[in-house]
Design a protein around this ligand. Structure first.
Ligand code: NAP
Length: 375
């Protein structure tokens, strides 16, 4: 049978273009796949996640001697990222039984994939692969796609950023940028549950309406046409007691505006700077209010979750999974597009804000008949 796979054809300059990607097709022999002694898992891709960090891996770079999970993508090699797959064949059936699922950061932008022992070892050491029982959705009512949303990188990032670096107290005001996105929604839902006043910004009126009506945050504005005509006036009006926590998903001038409206000893988990990610370094926005941040003793905390992930994953799952089962995350919005071929255009569109919720490509519907029945 045929295996489609998408490779990085060229390193993007500025905004990625469709010509930076190429879809290739190769024969895939399901019967012999995994026979090589070094091949440990044969996987069928179900979902792939469109994540802004992947833009960083598309920059030119020399692959390190021992590749890491964040190494630059090699040209003409299959792109990999977060995703969910079905296990077709396994050399470790107790841990990864055929018919069960895995979520990992090395999910190929392909129909099928074979994992080698060294790749699996690296994923297990960093807990970047998680086994999901075949009956998880049926038993716990957790959609598999949530493993790239509330239970995936966005959820874990939101959780660590909010609780560890935000140090929230009930009654405080948190401002969340990129609030309608995957990380942003997670933070808004956690912050409302923790009893904070939540103010969010997003890039369209529909997203602002969704945040107020579905996620039920206290106030939201469209940063492209802010209340009162500027970020300053919007924040002054919507955060009358000042900002105690700013969860920064976008960087740039929004970070400067949040510093100007922050209270003393405010905490700023700096999660990402998507507003600058496609801009050449020399042209990137330079922070102007650093001295103001110093005068107010604001904790500016750029953070990543990979170091925390192995030890925190169980506790995060322990809190968030029961909440999902209880329906408390039902308003978390996913924006699922169907078909592997749509991945390059959706990745580009996601960074321009056309996604409305967690951006996911459904390569294969988990409920559709699987090739596993042919084994
Ligand atoms: N620290 C970590 O370990 C970690 C892990 C995961 C993600 N992140 C970061 O978290 C942020 C959100 O990621 P996500 O996965 O949740 O993606 P997302 O928010 O679901 O999707 C990206 C969104 O960014 C917004 N955006 C694009 N250009 C913008 C601009 N110039 N100014 C403001 N917003 C802009 C768009 O929404 P609008 O319509 O609202 O503009 C777009 O929908 C990113 O910065 C990402 O790099 C960090």
């Amino acid at each position: 049978m045929l295996n489609r796979h998408i490779v990085l054809a060229a390193n993007p300059v500025g905004w990625p273009k469709l010509s930076d990607f190429e879809t290739k097709t190769a024969q895939f022999d399901l019967q012999t796949a995994g026979n090589d002694p070094d091949h440990v898992l044969v996987l069928e891709t179900l979902y792939i996640s469109m994540d802004p960090y992947m833009r960083g891996r598309m920059r030119p770079g020399v692959p390190p001697p021992r590749p890491t999970l964040y190494s630059p993508f090699e040209l003409n090699k299959t792109i990999e990222g977060y995703g969910v797959s079905r296990v077709l064949k396994s050399k470790f059936p107790e841990k990864y039984p055929p018919g069960s699922f895995v979520t990992s950061i090395s999910t190929a932008w392909a129909d099928y994939q074979i994992l080698r022992q060294d790749e699996l070892t690296l994923l297990e050491e960093t807990r970047m692969i998680v086994s999901i029982p075949a009956d998880e959705e049926e038993k716990l009512h957790i959609p598999l796609s949530h493993y790239v949303g509330p239970l995936g990188s966005p959820g874990v990032t939101g959780y660590v950023g909010f609780f560890k670096f935000g140090q929230p107290q009930p009654g405080e005001t948190i401002f969340v940028s990129g609030a309608a996105g995957a990380v942003g929604q997670s933070v808004c839902l956690l912050a409302k549950r923790a009893g904070l006043r939540v103010v969010g910004s997003a890039g369209s009126d529909d997203k602002v309406r969704f945040l107020k009506e579905k996620i039920k945050i206290d106030a939201a504005f469209n940063y492209k046409k802010p209340v009162g005509g500027s970020l300053d006036t919007a924040l002054a009006q919507l955060c009358p007691s000042g900002i105690d926590i700013y969860f920064d998903n976008v960087g740039g001038e929004t970070l400067d505006a949040a510093i100007a409206h922050a209270n003393e000893n405010a905490r700023f988990p700096l999660c990402g700077r998507i507003s600058q990610i496609n801009t050449a370094e020399a042209d990137q926005y330079q922070l102007k209010n650093e001295d103001v941040a110093r005068a107010k003793s604001i904790s500016l905390s750029p953070f990543g979750v990979s170091a925390d992930r192995p030890k925190l994953l169980d506790s995060i799952y322990g809190v968030v999974k029961p909440q999902i089962t209880a329906g408390e995350w039902r308003e978390f919005k996913e924006d699922v597009r169907v078909g592997l071929d749509a991945a390059p255009s959706y990745f580009i569109e996601m960074m321009r804000g056309s996604n409305f919720g967690k951006s996911i490509i459904e390569v294969k519907n988990p409920k559709a008949e699987s090739v596993i029945s042919k084994l």
